[in-house]
Design a protein around this ligand. Structure first.
Ligand code: TRP
Ligand code: SF4
Length: 401
C-alpha cells in the first residue's frame, strides 16, 4: 500500500537550536516512520527577504541539513533536498502565477506583518509578494497530502488549497468527463470494481474513510495512466479532473520550548541554546538565566510561575523533579543554581548523541553531499511527473516537438 506523502520546508538559517528540535524536527522524525516524507531547504524563500546578501545561503543550507541529519531525520526514510536544485518548482510557480488573483497574495497575513517587522528591508518586491505562491508550488508539485507547519503558516496552506481548486477548475475540465471516467474504471478490472465500491460508499453514505481509501488506491495503482488517475480522483467528489490535489495542514503541536529569557526561543531574541553548544556553554547559559527577581538571596522564597527556568522544567523534568523544584523554590529550600542543575544535565544528555552525529557529518561532507544528491533526484522524479500533467492540462504538451 502506498504511503501518504508529507512535505515540509525550512528556510536555511544555519545551525539550528533547541526550539527547532522540539518544535519541528522531533515531529518530522516521527512522521518519517509513517509517511513518505520530503523535507527541503527553502533557499529561494530565503532570497525573498535576503536578496541583498546572498553570501551565506549556501553554507546556511549545508549547516541546516547537517543538523537535520544529526537530529535524526533519516535519509533512508525521507528525501532531503534543496529547493533551487529542483527548478520545476519555479516553473510551477510561474504557471500558477497566471491564475493567481493579486488580492489573494496581498491579503495573506504574513505579507503585511513581515513588511512591518522587517522595516529596514525593502520588501515591496514582486518576489516577496509571491512568497506564499512559491510555497504553494513547493507543496502542489509533490501532490503532498500533509504539510507539517506552525500556526503562522496555516494561511499559506489555505491559499494553496484555493490555488489548487482554481487550477483544477480551469484546467481539469473535460468534454465527456463522465464517460471517460467510467471507461477508466472499466479498464482497471478488479481494482476498478474496488474503486467503484469506495466511491459509492462515499457518495451515498458519506463514508470519508472510503474516500481516503479510494484516493490511496488510485495513487498505488502503478500502471494507471496519469490522466486516468486525475480523472478518477476528480470523479470521487465532482466532475473535473484533479491535477493538483489539495493538501492538508498538519499543525505542529505548539512549540513549548521557551528561550533562556522565557520568550519563544528564537535567534533574533538572542535566547537560544544551539544544538551545537558544548557542555560548558550549555551550563553557562542556563546558570546565567534570569529567575524570579524576588529571589535575591537563597533564603527568599520564590514563585516558579514567573520563572523561565520553571518552564524548562516542564520540558525536561519528570514529576518528582518538578515537585522537588517547586517545593524547594517556594520554601526557599534550594537555591536557583541547584534548581537548574537537573536541566543542565538533561539538555546535555539530549544533545550528546545529536552532537556525535553532527561531528560525524561535519567531518565527512561527502556523506552530506550524497544525501542531498539522492534527495534532489528523488524530488525531481516526483516533480517531473506532476509537471508533465500540468503542462498537458494547460495545453503545453508540444507533442510534435
Ligand atoms: N514558509 C515556510 C516557513 O517560513 C518555509 C516553507 C517554504 C515551507 N516552502 C514550504 C513549509 C513548503 C512547508 C511547505 O517556515
Ligand atoms: Fe526559578 Fe528554580 Fe530559582 Fe525558583 S528556584 S526562582 S523555579 S530557578
Amino acid at each position: 500500500m502506498e504511503q501518504q506523502r508529507v512535505l515540509s520546508g525550512m528556510r536555511p538559517t544555519g545551525a539550528l537550536h533547541l526550539g527547532h528540535y522540539h518544535g519541528v524536527l522531533k515531529n518530522w522524525i516521527q512522521l518519517q516512520q509513517q509517511y513518505e516524507c520530503f523535507f527541503f531547504a527553502a533557499d529561494w524563500h530565503a532570497l525573498t527577504t535576503n536578496y541583498d546578501d546572498t553570501a551565506a545561503i549556501e553554507s546556511s543550507t549545508w549547516d541546516m541539513v547537517i543538523d537535520w541529519l544529526a537530529a535524526g531525520v533519516d535519509p533512508n526514510l525521507s528525501s532531503i533536498f534543496v529547493q533551487s536544485k529542483v527548478p520545476e518548482h519555479a516553473e510551477l510557480h510561474l504557471l500558477l502565477s497566471m491564475v493567481t488573483p493579486l488580492p489573494w497574495l496581498e491579503r495573506v497575513p504574513t505579507y503585511k506583518d513581515q513588511q512591518e517587522k522587517l522595516r529596514d528591508k525593502d520588501l515591496a518586491t514582486y518576489g516577496f509578494l509571491g512568497y506564499p505562491l512559491l510555497q504553494s508550488a513547493d507543496i502542489l508539485i509533490y501532490r503532498a497530502h500533509h504539510v507539517p507547519v506552525g500556526e503562522d503558516q496555516v494561511p499559506h496552506i489555505e491559499m494553496t488549497r484555493e490555488i489548487a481548486r482554481r487550477f483544477n477548475a480551469f484546467f481539469g475540465k473535460e468534454d465527456n468527463f463522465k464517460k471517460n471516467a467510467e471507461t477508466a474504471i472499466h479498464k482497471m478490472g478488479d481494482l476498478g470494481g474496488k474503486y467503484a465500491r469506495y466511491r459509492k460508499a462515499f457518495q451515498q453514505e458519506g463514508d470519508l474513510e472510503a474516500l481516503e481509501k479510494a484516493k490511496l488506491l488510485l495513487e498505488s495503482a502503478d500502471n494507471l495512466p496519469l490522466g486516468d488517475r486525475d480523472r478518477l480522483l476528480g470523479y470521487l467528489e465532482g466532475l473535473n479532473r484533479v491535477i493538483l490535489p489539495e493538501p492538508q495542514a498538519l499543525l505542529t503541536p505548539a512549540a513549548k520550548m521557551p528561550g533562556l529569557d522565557g520568550q519563544k526561543m528564537s535567534k533574533s531574541y538572542n535566547n537560544v541554546i544551539s544544538l551545537r553548544d558544548d557542555v560548558d556553554t550549555v551550563a553557562k547559559k542556563i546558570k546565567t538565566m534570569p529567575t524570579d527577581p524576588a529571589r535575591v538571596r537563597k533564603t527568599d522564597p520564590g514563585n516558579p510561575e514567573i520563572c523561565p527556568v520553571w518552564q524548562l522544567h516542564q520540558v525536561y523534568s519528570d514529576d518528582s523533579t518538578k515537585a522537588w523544584a517547586k517545593q524547594g523554590c517556594t520554601t526557599a529550600g534550594i537555591g536557583c543554581i541547584q534548581c537548574k542543575t537537573p536541566i543542565i544535565d538533561a539538555v546535555n544528555t539530549e544533545l550528546a548523541p545529536i552532537q556525535t552525529r553532527c561531528k560525524n557529518f561535519t567531518e565527512s561532507p561527502e556523506l552530506v553531499r550524497d544525501v542531498i544528491l539522492k534527495g534532489n533526484e528523488e524530488a525531481r522524479d516526483a516533480a517531473t511527473k506532476t509537471m508533465q500533467e500540468v503542462r498537458s492540462a494547460m495545453g503545453l504538451d508540444y507533442s510534435r516537438l
